[in-house]
Design a protein around this ligand. Structure first.
Ligand code: SF4
Length: 65
């Protein structure tokens, strides 16, 4: 859970819809389903969002068929 209100733009731009605002006005992030696109980092900046690509082999997995 993130509480910094400067993360609010991420609610609109995250393509996976992982950011939301709770009843207290706090920005909440659910990391499951992250596409690792980095959009939230670009929009919010690295000062308030410490975001890194996961180590090799632990990131997004695509399933076909
Ligand atoms: S990196 Fe993940 S949490 Fe950030 S905008 Fe992309 S999908 Fe959303």
């Amino acid at each position: 859970m993130e509480k910094d209100p400067r993360l609010k733009p991420a609610i609109r731009v995250c393509p996976a819809g992982l950011y939301s605002e709770n009843e207290k006005g706090e920005v909440v992030l659910t990391i499951d389903g992250c596409l690792e696109c980095g959009t939230c980092r670009l929009v919010c900046g690295t000062e308030i969002l410490d975001w890194n690509y996961p180590p090799g082999g632990t990131g997004v997995q695509y399933r076909f068929g």
